[in-house]
Write a protein that binds this ligand. Structure first.
Ligand SMILES: *Cc1c(COP(=O)(O)O)cnc(C)c1O
Length: 432
């Protein structure tokens, strides 16, 4: 009993301190356990498929840093490469060879990319991609879809307005109306809406940005025909198609959704896996488009820590370990995990979670009370309430999902059969 009180005490003390120092106690709102009946877990180490809180409690991790850790935590080869990197110094603010190796690797896997530039996050990549698209086309408006997340850049923190199709308003305080006006918001799959926007704003639309696998408001898998339609209408109107593959790039296949669908975007944004857990983002496109960036072109973009040598080494040593067989392996492991969770949810506590299904694509999965979810408004209203109960039951059993109903789960190379047997055991037995 006293053990349990101590256990709660330590996490709560850290959260109280954190709330004094940091707004809401967190550096990113999805970490906050908002709406849950427990305080955020504070983790102090991780290894393979496991993460350990400050009390030493071990969890099977399905958050995996929200996606970058495709090999799992502390992959030995990545760790070795990072150690070697440390001995060479960790930032020069000058040209170095490490980013060239990573750039060469990425470009070799992405037929639609001839050049790329590294930045420090997915948000930065999107910010640059939008400026670049505007600089290349000389147009201002961007079409974005409701339910796609593109980081926290002002012009992407926009939701559908109450007015005409495409009308928009800021979804965050602090985003000026003027910025919102240049973002046109449509529902995923709304082909007629996209056509109408191109009629209403003739020669004003610089780009369509889309997550080709929308995976930030659950997993809203799109039909290939919709993405193909976006490609075609961009071709007809000389607008650019931006695939935001920050989550799907090097996750679903080497070439991301562009490879899987055979559709080539004009600009691609990358992040997450390409840094292997260190802060990296990238923008890639044809040489023609990319050379609009400074110092050659007139579109300005820069970064003190861009192409940080340690981050470059972390990304490259991660990606080099992925092979077509490994992509197949994590997909198979995901299928096993999805089957296990689905069957457990059906039977647990007289069917308390029987309403849940698991949608999955490649090594991503999403627990939701319906399999027919293709756009934001298809998401069942009872999702959050039921997910929060499920989350806490799993947490108690030592299984850590991202603490938010709209986040997907990530399976890594470290989720081996042995780990799956352990998950099965944890589902059957509540750990103390
Ligand atoms: C995570 C993500 C971003 C934002 O990346 P950060 O590194 O968090 O800034 C942008 N777009 C997509 C599709 C993402 O998944």
């Amino acid at each position: 009993m006293t053990d349990k009180n101590d256990h709660q005490g330590k996490q709560e003390k850290l959260f109280a301190l954190s709330k004094l120092l940091v707004p809401g106690g967190v550096h990113s709102p999805v970490r906050s356990f908002k709406g849950l009946h427990t305080t955020p877990r504070f983790f102090e180490r991780a290894d393979g498929a496991y993460i350990y809180d400050v009390d030493g409690k071990q969890y099977v991790d399905f958050c995996m840093s929200f996606g970058p850790l495709i090999l799992g935590h502390r992959n030995p080869k990545v760790e070795e490469a990072l150690h070697a990197g440390l001995t060479r110094g960790w930032s020069y603010g000058a040209c170095e060879p490490y980013s060239l190796e990573l750039a060469q690797f990425l470009i070799s896997k992405l037929p639609h990319v001839e050049q790329l530039r590294f930045v420090n996050s997915g948000t930065e990549a999107v910010m640059t991609a939008l400026r670049l698209a505007r600089g290349v086309t000389g147009r201002n408006k961007i079409i974005k879809f409701n339910g796609c997340y593109h980081g926290h850049v002002d012009s992407m923190l926009i939701k559908a307005g109450s007015g005409l199709a495409g009308s928009a308003e800021a979804s965050s305080a602090g985003v000026p109306e003027g910025v919102a006006q240049d973002t046109l918001i449509l529902e995923l799959g709304d082909i007629e809406g996209v056509k109408k926007c191109f009629q209403d704003y003739k020669d004003q639309i610089a780009a369509i940005i889309v997550e080709p696998l929308p995976a930030n408001n659950g997993l809203l898998i799109q039909p290939v025909e919709f993405l193909k339609f976006l490609r075609d209408i961009c071709d007809q109107t000389c607008a650019l198609l931006i695939f935001d593959e920050v989550i799907s790039g090097f996750r679903v296949a080497f070439g991301g959704m562009a490879e899987i669908t055979g559709i080539k975007p004009d600009i691609v944004t990358l992040g997450k896996i390409i840094g292997g857990g260190l802060p990296v983002g990238a923008i890639g496109a044809s040489k023609f488009i990319m050379e609009h960036l400074a110092p050659i072109g007139k579109v300005y973009q820069a970064g003190t820590l861009s192409a940080n040598p340690l981050a470059m080494v972390g990304g490259l040593s991660t990606l080099k370990q992925m092979t077509p067989e490994n992509y197949k392996f994590i997909e198979q492991q995901t299928e096993k995990i999805v089957a296990l969770l689905t069957s457990w949810m059906k039977h647990f506590n007289n069917g308390q979670f029987a309403m849940f299904q698991v949608i999955h694509f490649s090594s991503l999965f999403w627990i939701v009370p319906s399999l027919e979810v293709k756009k934001l408004s298809d998401i069942p209203a009872n999702l959050v309430e039921n997910f929060n109960i499920l989350f806490e039951v799993l947490l108690e059993r030592g299984i850590y999902l991202a603490p938010n109903a709209y986040e997907v789960g990530f399976v890594s190379m470290a989720h081996t059969d042995e780990v799956i047997r352990d998950i099965e055991h944890r589902l059957e037995h509540r750990l103390q």
